[in-house]
Structure formats: C-alpha cells, structure tokens
Design a protein around this ligand. Structure first.
Ligand code: SAM
Ligand code: SF4
Length: 361
C-alpha cells in the first residue's frame, strides 16, 4: 500500500495499476489536481497545439454484431448507406481547402475484395486531389495483412482500431462468441498494423456494463505496454436497438461516465506524455463542451465530422449523437474559436503526427 499523498502520486514517473485506479476514483478536489497535472504534462511535451482530422463516415454497413453498436449487422431498424466515391472525394476536398491537414475514413467492417479495392482507389484519388498533402487515417476494422499493406502503400499512414476493453473476459461479454469477434484476433490485428508501419491508434469504451475501475486502469497499462501512438477513447453510450441495452440498469449515470472519460484522458496523458489523444465525439454527445474539456485534460486531436449532412445522423452508434444545425464552414469557425477560448491553438495544414511514433521510429 502506497503512503504517498495524492500530489506525490501524480508526480511519479511510473504508475502501478493501483495508482491509476486511485487517480480514476479521485474525489472532486483531487480530480482538479489530476486535471491540472495532466495539463502541465501536456504543455511540457506536446505544446498547446490541437490537430484536426476531418471525419468521414463512409458507410454504416457492417458484417459484425458487436453488442453495443447501433450499426451492428442485426439491427434492422437502421437505414444502411454507403457514400458514393464523389461524396467522399468532395468531403476530402472540403477538408483540404479548409486546411484540416488530415482526414479519417471510418466505417463498418467489410472485408470483401470489392470493398478493399474501392478503398484503395479512394486513397489514390484523395492523394491526387490534395497533391499528396492530406494525411489519411483509416478506421475500417480488422483486415488481412495484405490489405493493411496495400492501403499503407497507397498513402494511409495512421490506423485506428480500438481494443474496446483490454480485459478479455469483459471483451467477450460485449461481443458474440465466434471468430469474427475474437479478442485474440483483435490483438493480432493491432500487431499487424504496427508491423506494416502505421502509426497505431487504439482505445476503449468507458463505463461499460460490468466494467470496473481496476479494468480501466488495466486498459491504460495495456496502451502503454503496447507502445501505442494515438488513442481515441470515450464513454460508452447505450443504443436502444442493441443487446447491451438490456443491461442499462447496471450503468453508472451518464454524467459519471463523462467524468470518468475525462479522468481516463488525464491519466493517459500523464502516463504517456508524447502520444496523440483524441477528444472524442461521445464526450460532446454528453456535454456540448465535452471536447474542449478533454483538450484541457490532455487531448490534442479533434475529429470534426465532415460526413455529408444527410448521412451523418444515419451513422448512429449510440443515442444523442450530436447533430448539426449549420454548415461545416460555420462549424469549423466555431470549433476553432471554442478551442482558442480555452487557451489552445488549432494547428491548420498539419498532419500532426504522433511525437511518440517519431520517437519509436
Ligand atoms: N468498425 C470499425 C471498428 O469497430 O473498429 C470502426 C468503426 S466503429 C463504429 C468505431 C468505434 O465506435 C468502435 O471502436 C467503438 O469503440 C465505438 N462505439 C460503437 N458503439 C458505441 C457505443 N454504443 N458507445 C460508445 N462508443 C461506441
Ligand atoms: Fe461494426 Fe465497428 Fe460497430 Fe462493431 S463497432 S458493429 S465492427 S461498426
């Protein structure tokens, strides 16, 4: 048992699972200390800069059936779409012209050759339209090593694949029990991405039914021990058309999941000072200022949604996903001024690569 004060605990160089659990369960007074320490670590190591990735939700068609996700294959209550190549290219062009620096292509998991070739063609076209300047992150689930290699060769340089929970028992309680949803395969895919040469991103959901603070502390140590370059993690938010909705009585109130999300960001920043951490949309879904709060807690990446407006509400992973009331230029200007107002600096025209990745290479 450690006899350190909370302030001393925060100043350590190494953190045990117990230390992290203590930080995650901090009371109000200690939470302020935790957030302040995270901000200090962030300013020393990754500056006040915040990088943009324009998020394009290319399709909500998925071959998988994760118990928590609103676009899971078996949900018959959702309209399915796949954006046309033109829609995706004009969103990429919007990001380029508005100096986002990079984009993320995200979608359900499809492994057919038609699909993987379509992505390859898009990568070439996006590189062409931006003179090779637009950075490209993919978040398209588990694919073969050959597919990961092909997409990397064509210019995708970052890949996000959340482990969802690093605890294999918890993982199996939120997924069907078959090969398509195996923890081992997910972990294997993360290894492949690193082997191929991507900047590798992962993350977890926070506040899942049955999840403990000790497991979340384990998630943070998992991210550190796997030497991850970038992280997107946020609160689990229930969706009524999913199997996990039946366990909603086990959930902590949404405000608590939000606060735990901010504490996870702060702990991770202290644990891994030079990685990229995203201020995720799920935080904004709970509180309008959620992403700015995450920036102050140590996040340095934000992913404004630039999916064509009519489709944005159909890509519905969870309830209360933020909708839009104005056009994307206005949204962007407002986002920049909100980030500036909390003392941070949106870095336009920049890939904003993970410093950790540069060090790892
Ligand atoms: N299909 C790809 C995959 O699963 O890796 C990428 C898209 S998937 C929709 C992106 C992330 O959404 C998942 O990794 C998961 O963590 C998150 N997500 C899905 N349902 C969620 C929910 N109900 N609450 C919060 N996050 C959710
Ligand atoms: Fe498909 Fe990803 Fe949703 Fe799982 S989380 S059902 S893989 S879109």
């Amino acid at each position: 048992m450690s006899h350190l004060s909370f302030e001393q605990l925060l100043q350590q160089e190494k953190f045990s699972r117990d230390d992290l659990a203590k930080m995650l369960t901090a009371d109000e007074e200690n939470t302020l200390k935790l957030l302040a320490r995270a901000e200090e670590v962030r300013l020393t190591n990754v500056s006040r800069n915040v990088y943009l990735r324009g998020l394009i939700e290319i399709s909500n068609i998925c071959s998988k059936d994760c118990y928590y996700c609103g676009i899971r294959k078996s949900n018959k209550n959702t309209y399915r779409y796949e954006l046309s190549s033109d829609e995706i290219l004009s969103a990429a062009e919007f990001a380029y012209k508005n100096r986002f620096g990079s984009i993320v292509l995200q979608g359900g998991e499809i492994t057919s050759s038609r699909y993987t070739e379509w992505i390859s063609t898009l990568l070439k076209e996006i590189k062409n339209l931006s003179n090779g300047e637009l950075g490209i992150t993919l978040s398209l689930g588990e694919q073969s090593k050959e597919t990961y290699e092909e997409w990397f060769r064509l210019g995708a340089h970052r890949y996000l694949l959340r482990i969802e929970s690093s605890d294999s028992c918890l993982y199996s309680s939120i997924h069907p029990h078959n090969n398509l949803h195996s923890y081992r395969n997910r972990l294997h895919s993360l290894g492949l991405l690193k082997e191929v040469g991507y900047q590798v991103g992962t993350g977890v959901m926070i506040g899942l039914p049955g999840q403990t603070v000790d497991q979340l502390a384990g998630d943070l140590l998992f991210i550190k021990s796997h030497d991850i370059d970038m992280v997107g993690m946020g609160p689990y938010i229930e969706h009524k058309d999913t199997p996990l909705y039946s366990r909603r009585d086990e959930l902590a109130p949404i405000e608590e999941r939000y606060l735990l999300g901010l504490k996870m960001v702060a702990c991770l920043r202290i644990l891994m000072s030079d990685i990229n951490i995203a201020a995720v949309t799920a935080l904004q879904a709970i509180k309008p200022e959620g992403r700015e709060m995450a920036i102050k807690a140590g996040a340095n990446v934000i992913m404004p949604n630039i999916t064509p407006g009519i489709w944005r509400n159909v890509y519905k992973l969870y309830e209360n996903k933020p909708t839009i009331s104005q056009n994307d230029e206005e949204n962007l200007a407002q986002l920049i001024s909100r980030i500036t107002a909390v003392g941070y600096n949106v870095q336009l025209d920049s890939w904003g690569d993970s410093l950790h990745f540069k060090g790892r290479k």
